[in-house]
Write a protein that binds this ligand. Structure first.
Ligand code: FAD
Length: 445
């Protein structure tokens, strides 16, 4: 055992996963006087927020923005001395429907939208308004989301507005999603507003690297140890007098290291692989997790694609794309003449499309850009990178929490969680930070 695994409180603690949840867990442990060791399988921390050098711009592989409700993120940012680093924009939304981009996301846009009759518009607006105002979700928990949305807005408005999003984000799972989970997504964006007409979203100056670096520095400065390229292959357990407890972790590079506590924050579908000694009924619960992958294309353009930050794509001409995210409308880039657009393809990992080549995804995106903005040509697209994240989105079915093992497992010294655990909230940086800190505090009782 290295010195780094000895904490000032004499508890040897390993955190697995260096995404926002693992980092926040390790940070809180350091604050509480421990010296945790964080194991991250990749060459960099960040998880889904990981950043890279995109043709000279340090940026996230997958689009990330902040809503005004991300209070746990802002609290952490303040603690890290990053107050004043948030940059807010009044962002616009659009919808690509019937071959044209139309405004979307506010009452006037809804009234003017060419694609729905007055009754459909009224019902859609009422559903959005009540969802944003609503606070309680217990009655939505066991309802199916599609049925819930259709009941509010009607079949026709559903087909025009929500159906493409359900189909292109959740595929075969779209018939069994929790209404509470879908509601929480509507509410998050709906509440991030300056006024009824003005949406307000933000990014940190320098992007996610700013807070990821500050968080990593705070962990190491406080006595924690971050080990990169250190994929944990097993969490070891022993049973003494009928009680199962953690003994340590194994990595291909470091072999076995002894720990009193292990906190895993990696996506749940990986858990049976690294915890084969768990009781079979728990393993089965992890094995039955449903999860969607993402293939995300990021492109640099010489000219604007649209004036919108977010454009929903509800047009059958673009059958695989739920939306395009023009990131340069929320984060200022060093060169104001550059425009960065993300195009996510959400797809089950078992789907044949997930294994298609980068060139196939790039070709779809080039086609989409030219349809969305016919004045663009291929020459306007100066760089393209395609990235894949296998477990990008847990699928939350009705009564979701009942399908999950408790994060505080019946194994001494072992906590296991991922983004599923803050249901009905959707996966989010702020929520992962909140949950990670909560687990760290729970360790001390
Ligand atoms: C396309 C996309 C867009 C998003 N947009 C937003 C947004 O705009 N705003 C927002 O707030 N959130 C957004 N999110 C969600 C946000 O990124 C996640 O909620 C957050 O990153 C989850 O953090 P986490 O630490 O819980 O999990 P992850 O980020 O998944 O981190 C898990 C970590 O575990 C590591 N790991 C896996 N296996 C092992 C192992 N065996 N050993 C060691 N390490 C391992 C992985 O490499 C990874 O670093 C988005 C996500 C995606 C995919």
């Amino acid at each position: 055992m290295t010195d780094a695994t000895k904490s000032t409180t004499n508890q040897r603690i390993a955190v697995i996963g260096g995404g926002p949840m693992g980092l926040a867990t390790a940070y809180q442990l350091v604050k509480d006087g421990h010296s945790p060791v964080l194991y991250e399988g990749a060459h960099k921390v960040g998880g889904m927020c990981i950043t890279f050098d995109f043709d000279g711009t340090d940026i996230e592989r997958y689009y990330h923005f902040h809503a005004t409700s991300d209070v746990d993120f802002f609290e952490l940012a303040d603690e890290l001395g990053l107050e004043g680093k948030m940059r807010w924009k009044n962002t616009k939304m659009g919808v690509f429907y019937n071959g044209v981009v139309q405004p979307w996301g506010n009452p006037v846009a809804l009234l003017r939208f060419k694609g729905l009759g007055p009754v459909g518009k009224f019902r859609y607006g009422l559903h959005a308004f009540t969802s944003v105002k609503r606070n309680k979700w217990d009655k939505l928990d066991d309802q199916d989301a599609k049925t819930w949305v259709k009941k509010w807005i009607g079949e026709k408005a559903y087909d025009v507005t929500w159906k493409p999003l359900f189909d292109l984000k959740f595929y075969e799972y779209s018939d069994n999603l929790s209404a509470a989970w879908i509601w929480s997504r509507v509410r998050r964006i709906g509440r991030s507003r300056e006024s009824l007409m003005k949406e307000k979203l933000g990014a940190m100056e320098g992007g996610s690297s700013t807070w990821l670096n500050a968080l990593s520095d705070a962990i190491t400065a406080g006595g924690g140890d971050i080990r990169l390229d250190s994929r944990v292959s097993r969490i070891t357990l022993e049973t003494v007098d009928g009680v199962q407890r953690v003994t340590g972790v194994e990595t291909p590079q470091g072999g076995f290291e002894e720990y009193d506590h292990v906190i895993s924050t990696i996506p749940l579908p990986y858990v049976p692989r690294i915890l084969p000694d768990l009781p079979e009924h728990l393993l089965e619960m992890y094995r039955s997790r449903k999860n969607i992958a993402v293939v995300c294309v990021i492109a640099k353009l010489r000219r604007e694609l649209t004036e919108n930050f977010w454009t929903n794509v509800n047009d059958p001409a673009l059958p695989f794309i739920p939306g395009v995210i023009e990131y340069s409308h929320v984060r200022d880039l060093d060169d104001p003449d550059e425009h960065i657009v993300y195009v996510p393809f959400y797809v089950p990992g078992e789907h044949a499309m997930y294994d298609e080549t980068d060139e196939q995804f790039e070709a779809r995106v080039r086609d989409a850009f030219k349809r969305i903005n016919p004045s663009l040509s291929d020459d306007d697209i100066t760089a393209v990178v395609v990235s894949k994240y296998r477990y990008a989105q847990p699928i939350c079915e009705p009564d979701f929490m009942a399908t999950l093992p408790n994060w505080n497992l019946p194994v001494e010294g072992l906590f296991v969680a991922d983004t599923s655990y803050y249901y009905p909230e959707d996966r989010g940086i702020s929520e992962s930070i909140k949950f990670g800190r909560m687990m760290a505090r729970a360790l001390d009782g």
